[in-house]
Write a protein of this length. Structure first.
Length: 996
């Protein structure tokens, strides 16, 4: 904390320096006289109530061009003034996101006092920018039936896919009407990595430095947000990563008092039933349904002093309780001597995941003088997901408390020194404490176990518990120089952070630090852990320096940028003491440097106004990005971690001959004894790194994993305020890494083949042969691993690329009509065959084997269709709206536990280490997908107006078609394709929106 405080104090001082500007809207154009000659020296003034300084002024350059940058979302008027000419004023220009509005003017000779007012259509085609960005303002947020989280809204954009990074509610990533609350959802687009997603406020990342792709440091408050922008591709040199970027622009109050309140409610009495006979026949015991959904979100702001000091504050309270499908109450969950839990669940009692969020934030905006604007925000939040993570494969015995008290603050400074020079600065600091904790009263002698046949966990959480403390500080600055033809910018940013993780298993540090594995109720394996322990991590620097320029020549705008990134991480000195299964451990770990990545990457783009009328733009972009993933996991592990790279766990095959569910052996002895086979890693608990890292991948120039993104497309205005975009995208990756166990070679493995069962549910009805399976030779089973993480190209070529096309439409023709949507299709190709031929350990474990033929995968083209629409019926003031999503179903896998005796038929011996079975996936990845998910959500609302106040009372119907599409299904062949989570049944939600 002292380190954070020192950096915070220092950073406040450097706020006088410029900051990396987050992309905001701009107005640009050319001014000519009545003969068509360009007019330099014209004063151009943009005016809007969204600006606390009221106006922004520039002067046209020698080519008659002007550009006004860094404009907040709102409605603008632009005035053109030059002595000897009539004044021209354009009104009703609506700006949002980073849109570049082209507003040209023709001045005729006349008196200044004479003003020609032009009210026309706001441009809808951006003819200068190559960034693909969607804007979700409150006209969309307040009208569309959807959850009120930025990710729940962003997933409605064609091309974006969602994955639950932490599925605490047991429902996966698919939200229905906000029933999932603000769960951690990672978004990706066009073959991008979910780890490259970033959530920002005013362009500043608010995710933790440790795991920046998650939203775990804050639950975004839309009541305090002016608009949400979503960058899907073509991210500029201002950002490190090329993933989906969600930027929240905060409300800032204004010169009049105004407020907004949203309230929504639904419970199980408002829900229908989509539990079909087909789902029952496939083995789903009960469907997942809503229990209670509450969202209360008031906000209020205005002037403390007009034109000088504004404020805005907001509160949000959410409740998201959901009944879990396919799982029931376990009356024996707290009994350490009972092991037949799977067959003794109380099917009369359903179980739920319950979550509550409480958030308060406030913002002040101060116009210190004509050249200096300062703003700051503070937010405080508490969460309790109690219980959480219960699902069809996690019994309520292993539910747990997920808690997080958290606060963060931001500060921004903006200074337009002249009509060409803009300076900006900003700061973000947060303190975060979160983790998974067992409930009070949990029996300290409990041991969790996994039922292998169904891949279901019982009793204590078998992923372990973790307690995290994180401190983060980010700061940035930049300098912009803007003329009519150029918009140049240079900037600098840095991020510092620390993380301290306590990891343990069982009900606490004094509980048994192990888990069991049973197959059809019979013990066959146990895993020992060298826990509890602390793991410390520190990031001294994440520096980004960039320079870019946007240059307009006639109808062509060329964007060019270059970015330098430097990432440094390290591990402070720490000590690992004795633990239950490592009683003699005492390891002193010195301060350990880890990453030292240095990269220079280009960003290139061009946009061409095809006909010169601002209605058709052809765009092309080529950008290189480094990956943002630092390896940070929920259990604290990171790249080159000297703690987690020690042998912190070991597996022992176990034959419980007397069925007492207690391993009758000396668990500390690494050799086979009693009922236990030898440890699969005899270095368990010793100061011997199980995994080492090639220095060539940790430090230096150009060794960080990267990806290139190419796009080309055209955007065309079909009619006023209606446009269409058709674009092709390609993404490919490089600098892959792999793990080589240097203690073994390919000759240390024996191959075997199995036959898939005859089953109509399998490809071609099953019965096919699956070869290319490997098992380590018995004499090599207990050889300590000597893993080296190094560049994959050392062993051969590896590829991953994505190709696809988006076709989208954006229509706001006025008169209360809104329509956005389109289709996106693409496929992924991967190949690592050259690696697997030399490194069979990559597809082989003590109890599992992956066919070598799965090394090359070409998925089919996976197509999604999405749309959102809204219409305000005139005269009766009734608003009707809807949202539709159609996406591919879940990928199918069938993991068969092949008995040792069957494996021996072609292996020529039983599997090494006394394994009772070997798990094999019968379905080639990317070859089978579940049923398509089609989700239609509808809303009808009555608008009531009293003076300037507007109120909308709405009835939402989610999953209006009452689809029962399967979202998650079992990968275990014993319960092959058994549904585990389905789309929530149709339910109604009552909501109220009040604005004044």
């Amino acid at each position: 904390m002292r380190g954070i405080a020192r950096r915070l104090s220092w950073s406040v001082l450097i706020l006088i320096l410029p900051i990396t500007a987050y992309a905001q809207a701009s107005i640009t154009g050319t001014v000519k006289d009545s003969s068509g000659a360009v007019l330099p020296g014209v004063t151009v003034e943009a005016e809007s109530p969204a600006l606390i300084e009221k106006t922004r002024t520039v002067v046209t350059d020698g080519t008659g061009r002007y550009r006004i940058e860094n404009l907040r979302p709102g409605t603008y008027s632009v005035t053109f003034v030059l002595a000897g000419f009539t004044t021209v004023r354009h009104e009703g220009i609506e700006l949002a996101g980073a849109f570049v509005a082209s507003i040209n003017a023709d001045l005729r000779v006349g008196a200044l006092a004479e003003t020609l007012t032009v009210t026309g259509e706001t441009p809808i085609v951006d003819v200068q920018s190559t960034t693909r960005q969607k804007v979700l303002d409150h006209a969309v947020i307040d009208a569309i039936p959807a959850g009120r989280g930025p990710q729940q809204l962003a997933v409605l954009i064609p091309g974006i896919t969602a994955a639950a990074s932490i599925g605490f509610n047991g429902m996966g990533a698919q939200d229905v009407g906000g029933a999932g609350g603000d769960q951690n959802v990672n978004l990706s687009a066009h073959g991008g990595r979910a780890a490259d997603q970033r959530i920002t406020t005013n362009g500043m990342t608010v995710g933790p430095v440790f795991r920046p792709n998650t939203d775990m440091t804050s639950s975004p408050n839309l009541g305090a947000t002016q608009e949400v922008t979503v960058d899907v591709s073509g991210v500029s040199a201002e950002a490190t990563e090329g993933g989906v970027r969600i930027n929240l622009i905060p409300r800032e109050g204004g010169n009049t008092f105004h407020g907004t309140t949203y309230a929504g409610f639904a419970n199980e009495s408002l829900a229908g039933n989509n539990f079909t006979d087909d789902l029952k026949s496939r083995g789903l015991g009960t469907p997942n349904t809503i229990k209670k959904v509450v969202d209360f979100n008031p906000g209020f702001g205005g002037p403390i002093r007009k034109d000088k000091l504004w404020f805005y504050t907001s509160v949000r309270v959410q409740v998201a309780d959901n009944w879990v499908g396919g799982m029931f109450f376990d009356p024996n969950a707290n009994n350490p001597n009972f092991w037949d839990n799977a067959r003794n669940l109380d099917t009369s009692r359903r179980v739920s995941n319950d979550a509550t969020w409480k958030l308060w934030d406030a913002r002040l905006t101060w116009q210190a003088n004509a050249k200096n604007k300062i703003a700051g925000s503070f937010a405080k939040e508490r969460q309790c997901k109690c219980p959480s993570f219960v699902s069809a494969t996690m019994s309520p015995g292993i539910d747990n408390r997920w808690g997080r008290p958290h606060h963060f603050l931001t500060a921004d400074w903006t200074s337009p020194l002249t009509n060409r020079v803009l300076l900006e600065a900003g700061l973000f600091q947060q303190s975060n404490h979160w983790g998974w904790f067992p409930f009070d009263g949990t029996n300290p002698n409990l041991i969790g176990f996994l039922e292998q046949s169904t891949n279901t966990g019982y009793k204590i959480r078998f992923q372990g518990f973790a307690d995290h403390w994180q401190e983060d500080l980010r700061y940035r600055f930049a300098f912009s120089y803007v003329t009519g033809a150029h918009a140049a910018k240079v900037g600098f940013s840095n991020a510092y952070g620390t993380a301290d993780t306590l990891l343990y298993w069982g009900a606490g540090a004094q509980s048994p630090q192990m888990i069991f594995r049973l197959n059809n109720g019979v013990p066959n394996q146990l895993t020992l852990f060298a826990t509890p322990y602390h793991d410390l991590w520190r990031q001294p620097a994440e520096v980004g320096v960039f320079a870019q320029d946007k240059w307009t020549v006639n109808r062509l705008t060329v964007s060019g940028g270059v970015r330098f990134d430097y990432l440094e991480t390290e591990f402070p000195a720490q000590t690992l003491g004795a633990a239950q299964f490592v009683p003699n451990r005492h390891i002193e770990i010195p301060k350990t440097p880890a990453l030292g990545w240095k990269d220079i990457v280009p960003r290139l783009g061009a946009a061409y106004d095809l006909f010169g009328n601002g209605k058709t733009a052809v765009k092309i972009a080529l950008n290189k990005y480094v990956l943002g993933d630092k390896g940070g996991s929920a259990t604290g592990a990171t790249i080159a971690d000297p703690v987690t790279n020690l042998p912190q766990s070991t597996v022992r095959n176990w034959t419980d001959t007397n069925r007492n569910f207690s391993p009758d052996c000396d668990l500390i002895n690494p050799l086979a004894n009693g009922e236990c086979q030898a440890m699969d890693n005899p270095n368990f608990g010793r100061n011997v790194l199980a995994t080492q890292y090639d220095p060539a991948i940790l430090r230096g120039w150009g060794v960080r994993p990267y990806n290139w993104e190419f796009s080309v497309g055209a955007q065309h205005q079909i009619v006023p305020r209606v446009s269409m975009d058709v674009s092709y995208f390609r993404r490919w990756y490089g600098n892959f890494t792999t793990t080589d166990n240097r203690a073994l070679t390919a000759a240390d493995y024996d191959a075997f083949t199995i036959n898939a069962p005859s089953d109509a549910r399998l490809p071609s009805g099953g019965g096919y042969s699956i070869g290319g399976l490997h098992n380590v030779k018995p004499e090599k089973f207990s050889v300590p691993a000597d893993n080296l993480v190094t560049l994959a190209r050392t062993f051969g070529k590896q590829i991953e690329h994505w190709n696809g096309v988006d076709v989208t439409v954006n229509a706001r023709p006025g008169q209360g009509v809104l329509l956005q949507g389109g289709i996106s299709t693409g496929r992924t190709s991967t190949d690592n065959c050259a690696l697997l031929a030399k490194l069979p350990e990559l597809i082989t474990t003590a109890t599992g084997a992956t066919p070598e033929s799965y090394c090359h995968i070409d998925t089919p083209f996976l197509t999604q269709a999405k749309a959102l629409t809204s219409y305000l019926v005139p005269k009766i003031d009734v608003q009707v709206s809807g949202a539709f999503q159609s996406v591919a179903g879940p990928q199918v896998a069938g993991n068969l536990n092949v008995p040792a005796a069957v494996v021996a038929q072609t292996l020529g011996r039983v599997p090494s280490g006394g394994a009772s079975n070997i798990q094999v996936n019968l379905v080639r990845p990317g070859s089978m997908f579940g049923e398509r998910m089609n989700q239609l959500d509808l809303r009808v609302g009555k608008v009531l107006r009293v003076g300037p106040a507007r109120s909308v009372l709405s009835l939402d119907v989610y999953n209006a078609l009452n689809s029962s599409a399967v979202l998650i299904e079992s990968n275990a062949y014993a319960i092959f394709r058994r549904p585990q989570t389905i789309l929530l049944s149709r339910f109604a939600k009552i909501s109220w929106q009040f604005d004044f």
